[in-house]
Write a protein that binds this ligand. Structure first.
Ligand code: ADP
Ligand code: GLC
Length: 487
């Protein structure tokens, strides 16, 4: 009533279902988003319950035991245990426990092989989130599902909970973080899950969980405005062009943000000396520390280029490796941190072998080193072919580490090309995914590097950009309300 009189929308209860959340379980940016966006939504006054599988890497018990329920997913009797934990920032986190599916060392598979029961694991997880509410007779205002892993949420709601007293008519907002990973499984999957055959989840002869989310969620978004347009083009949509164009009125682009509690050189506990735009002196010590961590000699006056990434085709590092001859001719140092395709790793290994005092690579997952690279490098390279948003370029901006990026997806929305006439801009961009374009952009950066005052200005331009989550969280708030208005 009061809300009505004051024309203030009431706070929402958001059921946020995700397969990753930092620091508990992470393979990429989804984990960072799932740690930060719920916090920002709580700051706006909403209640957020995040659901996450209790993977083997998460200590047991992960929280207060809330009971267990039967989860009908395939022919076997299965139950989920729920463990609730209240985080310091007010987010409620519910771990979903089912050891046969989740008590494993990795999230999705070992090495480059997915677990062969992923279709059951994530169907189970999605359905368990719904059973949590059904069993408690509680109704969230909206479900927020992410990528194929929770793409079945809106399908299950419509197929099995349409007449449930608690959940009937519950809306879903579905976020596409990466359309390349589609959760496509064998054609018998719908039958195995007991889903009616007429739902149209088939995708090139398989059953697609990504298609499930895209088709049945009330509202859709991806993680940058530019990418929301890209995925409606046939050459960037991995087969989803028709579907996404058909839903273009419901498909928004909401830029990811940065959690500056985690990624800010003024407070970062992983780096050897903190610094700020007003006092950049600590950055030199960070560079020194980073070179030492890679066993490279101290070269304060030569630019140090950093790379932290999944080393997969979409990230474009084969282009860097192919440009090895040109890289050797440039006065740069290069440090690489990543995991991924063996051919890219071999390429970086070969580059390091050619000039071991200038190029170095580490292949593994190392959070502390990822922070040290943001702080210690002078330039940060992202030659992505496909980048829905990208977070590391936004982290680099805050650390005064100038991004050199390919013009695609969220990189277009976050890195503004440097303009030598006005001194405006925050980084360097190139268009073609090839070595010529990359070296062209790198050379522009190296030219400017020699003008120390101009370079410092460029660093500060980036450091002063604000990509905090609050603005984007308001975008999601609006997306949720639209989804609610549609049921
Ligand atoms: P994506 O989600 O496509 O991998 P993002 O830029 O959105 O790309 O997010 C990547 C996240 O994963 C960042 O937090 C980055 O620091 C982190 N990251 C990537 N590779 C590694 C690694 N080898 N070690 C530690 N952190 C990494
Ligand atoms: C995906 C995308 C990346 C994005 C992240 C978080 O992993 O590849 O560009 O930043 O999701 O939304």
């Amino acid at each position: 009533m009061l809300a009505c009189v004051l024309n203030v929308a009431p706070p929402l209860h958001i059921a946020y279902t995700t397969s990753e959340m930092a620091p508990f379980a992470k393979t990429g940016g989804l984990a960072d988003v799932s740690a930060a966006l719920p916090k920002a939504l709580v700051r706006l006054g909403h209640k957020v319950t995040v659901f996450l599988p209790r993977y083997g890497s998460i200590a047991f018990p992960p929280g207060e035991f809330m009971g267990s329920v039967h989860v009908p997913v395939d022919a076997l009797p299965r139950s989920a245990g729920f463990y609730r934990r209240k985080l310091a920032d007010g987010v409620e986190l519910v771990f979903v426990e089912h050891p046969p599916f989740f008590d494993r060392p990795s999230l999705y598979g070992m090495g480059n092989h997915d677990y062969d029961d992923n279709r059951l694991r994530f169907a189970f997880f999605s359905r368990a989130c719904l059973e949590y509410f059904r069993s408690r007779g509680e109704r969230p205002d909206v479900f927020h599902a992410h990528d194929w892993q929770t793409g079945l949420i809106p399908v299950y709601l419509k197929a099995f909970y349409w007449d449930d007293p608690a959940l009937h008519g519950s809306p879903t907002a579905f976020t596409i973080h990466n359309l390349m990973y589609q959760g496509n499984f064998s054609p018998d999957t719908a039958a195995v899950l007991g889903l009616p055959g007429h739902l149209g989840l088939d995708f090139h002869g398989q059953v697609s969980y990504m298609k499930a989310g895209v088709t049945y969620a009330e509202m859709l978004n991806t993680v940058s405005p530019t990418h929301a347009l890209e995925i409606q083009r046939d050459d960037m949509s991995y087969g989803f062009g028709d579907l996404l164009r058909a839903r273009s009125a419901d498909l928004w682009g909401i830029l990811n943000g940065v959690d500056y509690d985690e990624w800010d050189p003024q407070v970062d506990p992983y780096i050897v000396q903190n610094y700020s735009p007003r006092d950049l002196s600590g950055k030199g010590a960070c560079k020194q520390d980073l070179l030492a961590a890679y066993g490279l000699p101290a070269t304060p006056d030569l630019p140090l280029v950093g790379i932290t990434s999944r080393l997969v085709h979409a990230k474009g590092f084969d282009v860097v490796v192919d440009a090895w001859w040109n890289l050797l001719q440039r006065p740069i140092r290069l440090v690489v941190l990543g995991t991924g395709e063996p051919s890219v790793q071999d390429g970086f290994r070969a580059l390091a072998a050619r000039a071991p005092d200038r190029f170095a690579a580490r292949f593994g997952y190392d959070t502390a080193l990822a922070h040290k690279i943001e702080a210690g490098a002078d330039m940060f390279l992202m030659p992505s072919r496909f980048e829905p948003c990208g977070l590391t370029q936004m982290y680099s901006l805050r650390y005064g580490t100038v991004p050199i990026v390919r013009s695609t997806g969220g990189l277009v929305d976050t890195v503004e090309p440097y303009d030598p006439v006005t001194g405006n801009g925050t980084g360097f961009r190139f268009d073609m995914p090839d070595g010529t374009a990359l070296i062209w952009a790198l050379d522009q950066a190296l030219d400017l590097w020699r003008d120390r005052a101009a370079w410092r200005r460029l660093m500060r331009n980036g450091m002063e950009r604000d990509f905090s989550w609050d603005r984007s969280a308001r975008g999601y708030e609006e997306l949720y309300r639209r989804a609610m208005a549609k049921v």
